[in-house]
Structures are given as C-alpha cells and as structure tokens.
Design a protein around this ligand. Sequence first.
Ligand SMILES: *Cc1c(COP(=O)(O)O)cnc(C)c1O
Length: 465
Amino acid sequence: MKYISTRGQAPALNFEQVLLTGLAADGGLYVPETLPTFSAEEITAMAALDYPQLAQKIITPFVQDCIPADDLQAIVQETYAEFRHNAVAPMVQIAANQWVLELFHGPTLAFKDFALQLLGRLLDHVLERKHQKVVIMGATSGDTGSAAIEGCKRCKNIDIFILHPHQRVSDVQRRQMTTVTGDNIHNLAVEGNFDDCQAMLKASFADKSFLPQDRSLVAVNSINWARIMAQIVYYFYAAVALGGPFRPIAFSVPTGNFGDIFAGYLARQMGLPIERLIIATNRNDVLHRVMTTSTYGRQPLAHTLSPSMDITVSSNFERLLFDLYDRDGAVIADLMQRFDEGDINFSDTVMAKAHALFTSVHVSDEETCRQIASTWAGCEYLLDPHSAIGVKAALGSGLPPEVPVVSLATAHPAKFPDAIKSAGLDNEVALPPHLSDLLERSERFEVLPNELSAVQDFIATNINA
Ligand SMILES: *Cc1c(COP(=O)(O)O)cnc(C)c1O
C-alpha cells in the first residue's frame, strides 16, 4: 500500500515510512492511495471475530508489505489484551435505538488508547528490525500525553518526551503521565501555556539539529496515519454487532481534530453501510460552522467542560477535503495556504458532498450537563462530558427513528468528576481498580522554563533508549 500527501508535492511512502513521518514534506497529511474494500459477505463474516481478530482483518491491507502477518497478529493481540473489558469496545443501550460504544476501557480511560497502544508497538517493531532508535516528542493539555506514554512505556527503541503546561492540567491527567516510570519516559512541565508547548513542538520538528545524529523525531499527534487506521476497526465492530451490513447504522462522534470521525468516514469508503456521521462539537465549533455556513475560519479558543475537544482548527479535516476536492493536491495546497491567511469558503458542490454523509450539531456546556443528568435519570448510565456531547447530538440529529445511532463514548466519567458535579449529580465516580491509588503514587517530572533552548537541551542530554 502506498500513501500520498493531501498536497500532492511530497513523495509517496510505504506504511513503515508513514509511521515514522509526521507531516508530509509539502505540509500535507498522508492518506492511502487507494482504500481496501470489504464485500457485504466479508462484513457479515466479521460477526464471528473478536476484537483483536477484527483489528487484524481491517489493518492487514494497510500494513502487509511492511509487517508480516504473524507479527501483526501478536501485536494486535497484545495491544487489545491491555483493555479491561473482554469485549474491548462494549456497547450499552441507553434509549430506543440509541447505543453507546464504550471506548474507555484502555489503560488511560480514553479512546486514544485504541490507537496509541497499537502505535507504540508498531513503532517498536519497525525500529527493532531497522536497528534504529527514535525520540518521540508531544505536547498535551489532556488525554494524548498519558495515552502516548502508556503506549510507549515498554518500547526499547523509543524515548518519549511529553510537554505539558506546568500547573495547567488537571491532577488526574497530570498524574496519569507523571506516575508512569521508566528511563525512557520524560515528562516536562513547561512554565507556560499549552500554545507555548505546541510552539516548541513545531519549532523542534522544523529544526531537528538539537538531536544527536542517530535519532529522528517522531510525532504521535492525531495526524499520525497509524492512529486513524486503528480507529477504523471499532466502526466495523459496532455496526456488525447491530446487524450490519444489512442494517445501515449512524454514528455520533465527539469531535476535536476530526481524527476519530474521519476513521468512520474511511470505514464507509471501505464498504461499511453507514447512514450518517454526526459531527458533535462543543463551543469550539469550527466544523459546525463549516457545515452550516460553508466558511472555514478560526475563532478564539474557548475552555469548556470537554477539554479534549477544545481546538480552534481540526487538522484532520484536510484529509476529508482532499476527497471532497476529488483528490486534487494542488487545490488543497492552495486552499490551505489561503486558510493560513484567513477564512476560506467552500463551493456548493463540495458542501453538497459533505452534507450527503455528515450532519453537525453544536452542544453548549449547559446542554452537556443537562444530557449527563437526563441520561442518568433515564437509565442510570453515567456519561463523561465528551460522550454526553455525542449523545446529545445523536438525539438532536433528526434521523429517522428506525436508524440505530451509536454514540462514541470517548472517555470514562471518572476522569471528569467536576463535570458530573456541574450536572447536579452527586455520584462518587471511582477510578477503576488499576488506577485507584493514582493519587498516592509518586510522580516524576521536570519543571522547565518557557524557553525552547531549555527544553531542547534537556531532551538532548536525557536520551536513554
Ligand atoms: C481526543 C478526544 C476527542 C476528540 O477526538 P478527535 O479525534 O480529535 O476528533 C474526544 N473525546 C476525548 C475524550 C478525547 O480524548
């Protein structure tokens, strides 16, 4: 399988190269040149597979020229054995034809584990074979950092450096990163805000000369192709469990960077009958504005009860635009350049294609709280604020009542106790047993000044792998 850039000017790569590359050299994002497809018969047969078997089936065509089948099998088995539910991604019914797909049974209690547990193992496998070692650098305001650290903690060929804004992430979120110990795990608390951390990351990828010659820099943010690939699997898993492919299903996806929902779009392109994909946003509603006004424009960041969806731009949206513009890289390069300078507008033809599959719903903090409370009242099911946005959007999407809607539950409610309180509930939400002593564990992190050179010097002198 070959991967090409959405901006048309970077070389095509194979899976292994894409895994080790972040942005394409032309500033674009890598996508498969052609997608594998599954027939209705093949999809029907998926009902007999457990989660790791299904993951292997879906992922094989994307990686097969780089990862031998036996190795892939071992990797997916190990990856999903980390999840603390036998079904890996169980479904719960919360109302007539309304389902919740629980994606929070991984080590860090958020859906990012599905991709990052796999990514760490795939990387280590490839590096081992190439006798190569790399440095991963990431910046986090929440879930990504801990999921990346958990995903890489056993990787012999990787040092991982995660920047977080000092004293600006929640206690639970910080501790999920800083209590994981290992010589190759490095938590840097930068005395600045999240944007400062992001800027340091960007500068480091633009000029990698601070690193020793034998190390390359790898990104694990949501533009990494392997993350998207891993997320395709649970769309098939849920749809087949509800009677797919003979019964079209809709999905409602709490959306930030458009990675998770883009995986749903790919599942549909690969043959899964999906009736509709609902883009559920919080107050940071750049995608809802695109869908309702045809204008793609930045607005100031708002801090909401669903912090993992607090973004101003959805980086993976470029991957969808590439398809909507008939895969014309020159058009995308031009659009993105104009977007750097200001708002852009999409044509009626492009918007008609988007509206044919996607619906968007914007959900405020008040509505999020009301949804948490009313789902609890309706069936004693506790939603985290991100998942509540998905459910609220599903209920308000105007789909015909016979279409089952699966809302993706992207985080465990115990990660966001304040939102549960704001919803007027007094439930004590316990962390699951493997994290119950999180607040007593000892932490390790380095506080660094808000200076690029301090961060880069620290990285250069602390590489251990
Ligand atoms: C990252 C995240 C999201 C948003 O996912 P995208 O792929 O960025 O759209 C939603 N909910 C939770 C809990 C997350 O951690």
